[in-house]
Write a protein that binds this ligand. Structure first.
Ligand code: ZN
Length: 1039
């Protein structure tokens, strides 16, 4: 058995899943990882509530972790304690504070408490409901491909008739007719719970509307007419034959049985855990547990995409569950105890894509957002209605009153059925927040561009692309009439641009004292876009020429960032920084740290990589100041030279920004990168954006969140500060089980993202995920989500690289595979058999682990560039799972024989769906052509003996030798073969927010080596083949 897992170094006992955290939350920004242990000087300035994150501090699970408790009023608080409305919790305001970072955790900014915390006025006898409910149409921006499928919101499918005649006070409108499911996976039967009679509630119990609770209703403000209305609503009695998706069968019983039921949901256990039932009662195990001997089974990939497991929940709850593309757990069956989790040796954590573009999103406007009085959870599909007037929180179990206005359902226009409100029918929903969720008026959209104009920058030609792209998309920047924009350029000095209305042309103001930067005319540098558009356009048109002859080679990035921060700090906003070299002057200047000698030598046993940690804390400190003032910094790095991304990346990481990297960018020399940069910029400029955002993740009492992964600043134990939130950002969290979940059949997780839209609305997007609790290892394994597990381990390994070493991280990854399979063999398998055995649901686990070991972030082969490695690490921590998996394990398809068989038909396009192949050179044949999709890049490899039909009909060349060594476009030929392949490539590209470039290559192409490196099942210079890796695992397990 293996020894060092992810936690072992920290002394946490056997498993990495176990324990508090390497990065105690809520305390330091530095805690989250990627960039390493906080620098001492910096740490000291942080007010903390817990022990420093460094050091061997893994307290054991049972000790009350000093880190855990405070901060978040609310989280797992005992019932009363937190029910008092946190006073000024605010979200606050811009602290009037100056820069000192200490400001961030201290009072004003602090706890955020997010708006959310303010207890909204207790509802009961409040004014009549004024709620409107609408379903927004797909976001405009270009990229809606991924979600494009069918629409959303499970449960919404319901009420068609509702919108016919708008009710007097409430309005409900549904723009696009809701098709079927939301997204691939949960989608299925969104619609009406087909099963009106499926789980009929106990007959005698069912009463329609609320007639059984007379006393309560009599005092309400609603006239009896409302009751009658409710009664008119179809199918009064027992069988729940409501026509539309009335869906809530599972809650009905509870709803009608007065005393609080002992169980969360009154289903028989057997319904809860089919896998358990199947296992114990039948001889045939579910597919997930089919025993696979990895040494024998070579064809592991499913024909289509790898899909996440479906949690074993009652069908009606499952239908309402959150879409796995948005919210997913590594284990779809949650172990009852930490001991059980430790035994499984699988990591427990969540993966989120909270601001994902959705083709449809239910939006509710309500004067009173219903939340648990104790833990502030938003009412959601997984609460229980104890009776007509009370609901029980699924996170803390407190029983809350149903506010009067919630009794009215704007969707069905009925009264007395709160469980049919959209809030209780949709696991993903957005609220337009009332005024108590803001302490200052929502900020306008503010965009500041900070552009490197040194000689090196101008030489790459990037400036033309940025300016042109901005000119093209100026009208598509998200915002309203308040939108502001500004520009700063810099080399060894800083240049501001006065764009004040009334000027005949933009005025350039140069500040050459970069040691003490001041802002020349603060009021005219960030200007109203609609009022000053012409000046902005003038500037963009002339900017590329203004510096075309510059000989200035120095780069004062640090001072330019300081200036930009000063400019944005009064409002908050987005800073877009374009940098093409290592900063050389002023504060934040860096020195090259990548030396040839640091490239790992071939024979040194523990191959190590130095300088994964930032060289200075300047960028991180500034990022924290930015975060405190709602400024996010996005970094575009375009450089062939070492730029020290580990230092520069901090500016985006802690301010919730994004990092883009274009190595060797040059407008002439690398047309493919230019194409990618242009497409990425378009997406970047026009995608949705949320300002002054915070995200809080709550979970059922007993579970505890301890480490976060992604770009943000952790403000308190469960609250992430996101100066900006964008639809392409993913997050992960690790969890532990602090109290046994013995009495629970299911647990829930809720992520609430509060943000200001570009139109100045305060909005809250809430996602709720519900999962069953199980008490056997077999069930835990049956519910393992191998992709989510891999992604979470990847994030953990990045942290490990930085806090310990690359070698250590690699060992931990390998040990994760060994420990898991060993646990499976020892505890789940009833019949011992030879071979390396895995349950079918984890059959890809060793392959994915090997893929990680060969990934640019973790590989040890010679010649890996430091910045490239760092960038890959950034991506592992911030990409949504969907895209991340392609970057870890590319998809390979044979494409010279595409057919329409099994093709998708999307808006009159036919998209072939070739089978995914194992990543081995064995799969490539000389007489074929193969497409490898690596997420950010596509390779089309053409074999030497490829059929002439493919060469002429698709590539437009007469022979193999006529094929150029590098080609980035497919000719648009009017042939069936050509349209099929182009349809496939277009479709792959549309499904992601970044633009993968296409490289058409043949054997002689220089890029062929990159293609081969991605064939991860093969032996490479420094790494085992898949088969050897399996043998290694087997050896370790049987030791
Ligand atoms: Zn609660």
């Amino acid at each position: 058995m293996s020894s060092s897992g992810f936690a072992s170094q920290n002394g946490a006992g056997g498993s990495y899943t176990n324990g508090p955290s390497q990065n105690p939350v809520g305390v330091y920004p530095s805690a989250q990882g990627l960039m390493a242990p906080p620098l001492p000087g910096y740490m000291n300035s942080l007010p903390t509530k817990g022990p420093p994150p460094t050091g061997p501090g893994f307290s054991s699970r049972n000790q009350p972790s000093p880190v855990a408790p405070p901060a978040s009023p609310g989280l797992r608080a005992p019932p009363q304690a937190s029910s008092t409305p946190p006073p000024i919790s605010s979200y606050s305001q811009h602290p009037p504070q100056p820069s000192g970072w200490s400001g961030v955790t201290s009072a004003p900014l602090a706890p955020p408490a997010a708006p959310g915390l303010r207890a909204p006025p207790q509802a009961s006898a409040t004014p009549p409901p004024i709620s409107s409910y609408s379903q927004h149409p797909p976001p405009p921006s270009g990229w809606s491909g991924v979600t494009s499928a069918p629409p959303t919101a499970p449960g919404l499918g319901a009420p068609p008739q509702a919108s016919a005649t708008p009710p007097p006070i409430n309005s409900y409108s549904q723009h696009p007719p809701p098709p079927s499911g939301w997204s691939g996976v949960t989608s299925a039967p969104v619609a009406p719970p087909a099963a009106p009679g499926l789980r009929a509630p106990p007959v005698g119990n069912h009463v329609s509307g609320g007639t059984s609770t007379p006393p309560v209703f009599q005092n309400t403000m609603q006239p009896p007419a409302a009751l009658q209305h409710a009664a008119l609503y179809p199918a009064p009695p027992p069988q729940m034959t409501r026509p539309m998706g009335s869906s809530y069968p599972s809650l009905q019983p509870a709803y009608h049985s007065p005393p609080a039921p002992p169980q969360l949901h009154p289903q028989p256990v057997s319904q809860l855990s089919p896998s358990l039932a199947a296992l114990s009662l039948q001889s045939q195990p579910p597919e997930a547990l089919r025993v696979v001997n990895l040494l024998q089974e070579r064809r592991l990939l499913p024909p289509g995409p790898v899909t996440p497991p479906t949690p074993c929940l009652p069908q009606d709850l499952q239908k309402l569950n959150c879409c796995p593309e948005v919210f997913r757990c590594t284990l779809t069956s949650i172990p009852q105890t930490q001991a059980l989790l430790n035994k499984a040796k699988l990591p427990l954590g969540l993966l989120l894509h909270p601001f994902k573009d959705l083709s449809q999103l239910p939006v509710v406007t309500s004067s009173n957002i219903v939340r648990c009085r104790s833990c502030r959870t938003y009412i959601n599909p997984f609460v229980t209605f104890v009776d007509a007037r009370r609901w029980k929180c699924n996170l803390c179990h407190r029983v809350n009153d149903v506010p009067e206005e919630f009794m009215y359902n704007p969707v069905s226009r009925s009264y007395g059925a709160p469980h049919k409100r959209p809030e209780v029918q949709n696991a993903t929903i957005e609220f337009i927040a009332p005024s108590e969720y803001m302490l200052r008026p929502p900020q306008p959209a503010v965009y500041l561009f900070v552009l490197d104009v040194s000689h090196n920058a101008v030489e790459t030609g990037y400036l033309e692309v940025v300016c042109q792209s901005l000119l093209d998309n100026l009208d598509s920047l998200p915002g309203d009439t308040r939108t502001k924009i500004g520009f700063i350029t810099f080399d060894s000095t800083i240049h501001f641009y006065n764009l004040q209305e009334g000027l005949s042309q933009p005025q350039m103001l140069i500040v050459s004292d970069i040691d003490d930067v001041f802002i020349p005319t603060p009021d005219s540098l960030l200007v109203n876009l609609s009022e000053c558009k012409e000046l902005v356009q003038d500037l963009l048109a002339s900017l590329p020429q203004m510096f075309s002859r510059t000989m200035e080679t120095q780069s004062g990035l640090g001072p330019a960032l300081q200036a930009a921060f000063k400019l944005l700090s009064p409002t908050g906003g987005r800073m877009s920084v374009f940098q093409t070299q290592l900063p050389t002057v002023g504060i934040g200047a860096l020195r090259p740290r990548e030396e040839p000698s640091q490239k790992p030598s071939q024979k040194a046993a523990p191959k190590e990589v130095q300088h994964l940690n930032p060289a200075t804390d300047f960028y991180k400190k500034l990022a924290l100041d930015c975060s405190g003032h709602h400024v996010a910094v996005d970094l575009f790095l375009l450089s062939a030279q070492y730029c020290d991304l580990s230092s520069l990346g901090c500016i985006s990481r802690y301010s919730a920004g994004s990092v883009y990297y274009y190595p060797s960018y040059h407008k002439q020399h690398s047309p493919a990168q230019t194409e990618r940069f242009q497409k990425d910029l378009k997406r970047y400029l026009t995608r949705k954006i949320g300002f002054e955002a915070v995200m809080r993740i709550r979970c059922t009492k007993g579970l505890s969140i301890h480490t976060f992964h992604g770009n943000f600043f952790v403000r308190s134990t469960d609250l992430l500060s996101l100066a900006n939130v964008n639809p392409d950002a993913g997050f992960a969290v690790q969890m532990s089980i602090e109290e046994n979940l013995l009495d629970l059949q299911m647990v829930s997780f809720q992520a609430a993202l509060l943000y200001t839209s570009s139109k100045g609305e305060r909005r809250i997007r809430v996602h709720t995920l519900c999962l069953p609790v199980v008490n056997s290892l077999t069930d835990i394994f049956a519910g393992a989500d191998v992709q989510a597990i891999t992604a979470l381990l990847a994030s953990m390994a990045v942290d490990r690289c930085v806090s310990a070493s690359l070698g250590d991280a690699r060992d931990a990854l390998i040990n994760a595979a060994i420990d898991t399979l060993a646990s499976y063999r020892a505890s789940v398998l009833s019949i011992q058999q030879p071979g390396l055995l895995a349950p079918a649901c984890l059959r890809l686990f060793p392959l994915y682990i090997l893929a990680l070991l060969k990934h640019k972030a973790f590989r040890t082969s010679a010649g890996s560039r430091l910045d490239e490695r760092l960038f890959c690490m950034c991506q592992l921590k911030s990409q949504p799972l969907l895209y991340l998996m392609l970057m870890i394990h590319p998809s390979l398809y044979r494409v010279d024989d595409l057919s329409d068989e099994g093709a998708l038909n999307i808006s009159e396009r036919t998209i072939p769906q070739p089978r995914a192949l194992q990543l081995s050179v064995e799969q490539l044949s000389r007489d074929g052509a193969f497409l490898m999709d690596c997420g950010t890049v596509l390779y089309l490899w053409v074999g030497r003996s490829c059929s002439p039909v493919f060469l002429t009909q698709v590539l437009g060349v007469e022979s193999y030798t006529a094929l150029p060594l590098l080609m980035n476009q497919l000719p648009e030929l009017d042939t069936a073969e050509s349209s099929r392949l182009r349809a496939l490539i277009d479709w792959l590209r549309e499904r992601r927010p970044f633009h993968p470039v296409l490289h058409v290559i043949r054997d002689e192409s220089p890029l062929k080596a990159e293609l081969l490196q991605n064939l991860i099942e093969d032996l490479s210079e420094s790494a085992l083949s898949y088969y050897e890796f399996l043998l290694h695992l087997q050896q370790q397990i049987c030791k």
